[in-house]
Design a protein around this ligand. Sequence first.
Ligand SMILES: Nc1ncnc2c1ncn2[C@@H]1O[C@H](COP(=O)(O)OP(=O)(O)O)[C@@H](O)[C@H]1O
Ligand SMILES: [Mg+2]
Length: 283
Amino acid sequence: MTAPLLRLDDVRATLRLKGGEQTLLDGVSLEIGEGEALGLVGESGSGKSLTTRAITRMLGPEFAVTGEIEFGGASVLGMNAAKLRRYRSQDVGMIFQDPRAHVNPVHRVGDFLTEALVQNRGVDRREAERRAVVLLDEVGVRNPEHRLRQYPHELSGGLLQRVMIASVLLTEPRLILADEPTTALDVTAQSDVMAILDEQRRARGLALLFITHDLELAAACCDRLAVMYAGEIVEQGAHVYDAPSHPYTVELLGARPSIDERADRLPVLRYNRETHELMKAEA
Ligand SMILES: Nc1ncnc2c1ncn2[C@@H]1O[C@H](COP(=O)(O)OP(=O)(O)O)[C@@H](O)[C@H]1O
Ligand SMILES: [Mg+2]
């Protein structure tokens, strides 16, 4: 069997505080094969974003990180500055929840899209723009030449997220980390953007770590799901959505709001990590 593209083994991230320490990632292990999509689901605060920051070694000095993180067989925690820079700019691409927070508002869309190619890869500006136009077109942005000359505030959230997807695809990564890429968008833009990301990454054979709190969506576009709770992955596999075995996953699936049912309030989950039992919150 070939080694997975990304492998996390027993990753712990402990925040060092004045009064003591707090373990926020508590032994996370996961694997993503080349071209495979893993959905990472779990409630807010469970450690999903911290996991992506650990993968890209972007946790600050206040964190102590232990365990193994391997990309293409190389230890990410052991990379020197030059290797780390190459890994972040060429091997992985990141898409975040709020595209606006990740663009410079005074730079044109075209400059944003071509920057990495021109500065990190030595691609000629004209050529970089040509590639950007092709990619914008592929991710469904109409009139791409015009868009290159616009500023981020002139684009809707959905359009800007497509620009983000295009910018990631331009650098031809092997793995995309998408951290709630549709959460901040309105409902119609959500499904469009997710469909584009799904289609493009399949067409290119790219691996994907898709973070969401939408189990249904994750199940629809991923090969396997990993369920995170309080800094731990409590269950993972291809079976998770159809046949969850962990009580927390069962509860999480049961808590999905349904369009067929009207509920005055959503159920609140109380999972006890010590006993691995559920407690229903009081109404
Ligand atoms: N820099 C930080 N300092 C202190 N606590 C943090 C920091 N970053 C994240 N946390 C805490 O770690 C937990 C997991 O955060 P996060 O990974 O962002 O959750 P989510 O699953 O919603 O993405 C949360 O309780 C959050 O408050
Ligand atoms: Mg998050």
